[in-house]
Design a binder for this molecule. Structure first.
Ligand code: NAD
Length: 632
């Protein structure tokens, strides 16, 4: 902590790494007593973003001292204030910020609630309804909105100069008084509770954060602060907070792998996607959402028209949901150049292939690309199961080749597996991570194996589910157990959604090659025409146009020869078996060096496959031998 004097204004610069409550408490009373000081400017608490909300209540006495200071304290905020940083400046009488500053309280995403007065002081500054959004719903306030709500006064000139001038002005005025809380209708609390419960996916913190705001509004600041602290401490000791901090740490680290820190990513300003099917069109949308101009290449005009139509549908849906204005939606679409053939790709920096999952087709595509693309253009494949090294075999300049495995729908799903081949150049690998960052995705490096990290674990997970089925556990019970655990759907419902025919064809191909693949219940369903939702039935029945799974007597009859006599298995035993199977595959993946660490595997499961975030992932859970169970 450093103190300079500019006339009657003391400028206190905090060294963020070591804000000590006791020092700040003493400083407030020392400056209060110093007759040469009229006002104080506090700088240095830009963004507390290295902070994982690990010990917030310890700073509360300092914030309380600030808010009780007799001299005006003016916080001057550069980039913004987050978490403890924001709570600290809530103790100051005035806050000044530049036009790019941002303010948020990320605590509920870390499994706790703000623990240094945030749930109490923010509503008294910006009003209860706006504060609920920031405290409990992860709303970030931009500078303009923060100013509108009375959180900050905006300054456009040099922040420190303006802050000192501001402090001189307010020194002569009475201290600001906290605004009285407006009475809140019961309906506001109820609506907020319903909204937050619907979004929080079984996480405890968001509703408890709302509860803390409400208690403070109804019972006063002191009761609110005591309640906030007790709630913070209770949550801070829970497994959920540990799981969420672990994931947030892993997510931050994922964008910047240590071994690539010194590598400048190969630049990409324009992109092309080969194939406009399910994945290709989604990848085009993701690239456009990040502002890159994109060429969509298809094999003929009909397929191209279909691809462009799919794409237009995606932007129209985003517009209907209020995520895009109609101008923005139109601009996203006009930024795509449709193309049959490869003649227009000579200038492209990055090409992502998403054609049929067929080695010969993919090799032919890269053969064409090698002829037309610049020698330094990055060439990527979105294959799910093929060996990228084989796809790149014979490619001139294999150092520019890489696997970029997107998940479906590609414009939505956060995960991207990055799969370098042995020849991939470091700047191409770094470009993969840079791309993931630009697309707002979580990137995980995977070594080469069948299915990479995610689909390999998925196969094991499904295998275990089918083993239980063969033992006589009902598939509806298995699905219900996994939903209770926190997945949006269970393994059999997931197959109905994706279609049972793809894995059926894979098994048939293996059989045709002479491999021994025992008959599965899925084979029986597909042969009877039950391929999933798209045929009106798979493991379940579906009414036309509906996605609601209904029990199917026909499916039960069809698979009966391959399933054992019905046995009951408790939901927590079902989930324990499935999670253990995933973790066992994860350990094998680690042992083979396919994933760099356990956290990488957990990121894949959470961001690619819907593993409940509040539980951290299969590796996190099993490493801590937590009891595998559903929400409390
Ligand atoms: P898809 O069948 O929906 O689309 C493939 C598209 O490629 C078709 O539109 C086809 O016309 C086009 N195409 C075929 N040959 C072409 C060529 N020579 N030149 C230009 N276009 C050509 O398939 P998809 O589901 O989008 O899968 C594409 C790739 O993405 C596959 O490698 C698949 O394994 C992978 N992938 C799929 C998913 C998924 O969930 N569907 C997820 C991740 C990765």
């Amino acid at each position: 902590m450093q103190i300079d004097h500019q006339g009657g204004v003391a400028v206190v610069t905090l060294d963020e790494s070591s804000v000590e409550a006791q020092h700040l408490v003493e400083l407030v009373s020392r400056l209060d007593a110093d007759t040469a000081v009229m006002a104080v400017v506090l700088v240095g608490m830009t963004v507390g973003d290295g902070d994982l909300a690990t010990d917030e209540p310890s700073l509360e006495p300092a914030i309380a001292a600030l808010s009780a200071a007799r001299k005006p304290w003016v916080a001057a905020v550069h980039g913004g204030a987050s978490g403890i940083g924001l709570q600290l400046i809530l103790g100051c009488g005035y806050r000044l910020a530049g036009p790019t500053a941002r303010f948020d309280l990320p605590e509920v995403g870390l499994g706790v609630i703000p623990g240094a007065g945030g749930t109490q002081r923010l509503p008294r500054i910006i009003g209860v309804e706006a504060a609920i959004g920031v405290v409990a719903e992860n709303v970030t306030l931009g500078a303009a909105r923060a100013a509108e709500l009375g959180l900050v006064t905006l300054v456009t000139g040099d922040l420190l100069t303006e802050a000192v001038a501001f402090a001189e002005r307010v020194a002569a005025q009475p201290l600001p008084v906290a605004r009285a809380l407006e009475p809140i209708d019961l309906g506001v609390w109820q609506a907020a509770e319903a909204r937050i419960a619907a979004k929080s996916k079984g996480m405890a913190a968001p509703l408890l954060a709302l509860g803390a705001v409400r208690l403070g509004v109804e019972q006063g600041l002191d009761a609110g602060l005591a309640h906030e602290r007790a709630t913070y401490l209770r949550l801070n000791g829970r497994q959920e907070a540990a799981a969420l901090r672990y994931l947030v740490r892993a997510e931050r680290a994922a964008l910047h792998p240590a071994d690539l820190r010194a590598v400048v990513p190969r630049r990409f300003r324009s992109a092309a996607v080969i194939g406009g099917g399910t994945m290709g069109s989604g990848i085009v949308a993701a690239l456009r959402n990040a502002g890159l101009p994109v060429v969509m290449v298809e094999r003929d005009t009909d397929s191209l028209a279909r691809g462009m139509q799919t794409l237009a549908g995606m932007f129209a849906a985003a517009e209907r949901r209020g995520l895009l204005t109609s101008e923005a939606a139109a601009e996203r679409l006009t930024g795509v150049t449709p193309l049959v053939g490869y003649a227009g790709l000579g200038d492209c920096d990055l090409v992502i292939e998403a054609v049929f999952e067929d080695l010969a087709v993919k090799q032919a595509v890269f053969g064409e690309l090698a002829k037309v693309c610049r020698a330094d253009a990055i060439l990527a494949t979105n294959t799910s199961y093929l060996d990228p090294s084989q796809i790149a075999a014979g490619l001139p300049g294999p150092e520019r080749f890489i696997g970029l495995h997107f998940f479906s729908p590609a414009q939505v799903m956060k995960l991207m597996e990055i799969v370098p081949v042995p020849e991939t150049a470091p700047d191409v690998l770094a470009a993969g991570f840079a791309l993931a960052g630009e697309l707002g995705k979580i990137s995980v490096r995977s070594g080469i194996c069948d299915g990479f990290i995610g689909n390999r674990i998925l196969r094991r997970y499904r295998g275990e589910a089918e083993a239980m089925l063969a033992e006589g556990v009902g598939y509806a019970e298995i699905d219900a157990a996994m939903r209770g655990f926190g997945y949006a759907m269970g393994p059999f419902e997931m197959q109905d959604l994706a279609g049972l025919d793809i894995s059926y064809m894979t098994r048939q191909a293996a059989r045709a090659r002479g491999e021994v693949v025992p008959e599965t219940p899925g084979d029986l369903l597909v042969r009877a025409g039950r391929k999933g939702q798209k045929t009106g039935g798979g493991w379940y029945d579906y009414a036309p146009g509906e996605r609601k799974a209904r029990p199917s007597a026909e499916a039960a009859r069809l698979i009966a020869p391959l399933v054992g006599a019905q046995v009951g298995l408790a939901a927590d035993q079902i989930t324990a078996r499935l999670i253990s199977a995933m973790a066992a595959e994860g350990r094998a993946i680690l042992a083979e060096g396919i994933a760099e660490n356990a956290a990488a595997i957990d990121l894949v499961e959470v961001h690619g496959y819907g593993f409940p975030r509040r539980l951290g992932g299969p590796m996190f859970m099993t490493a801590r031998q937590t009891q595998v169970k559903g929400p409390d």
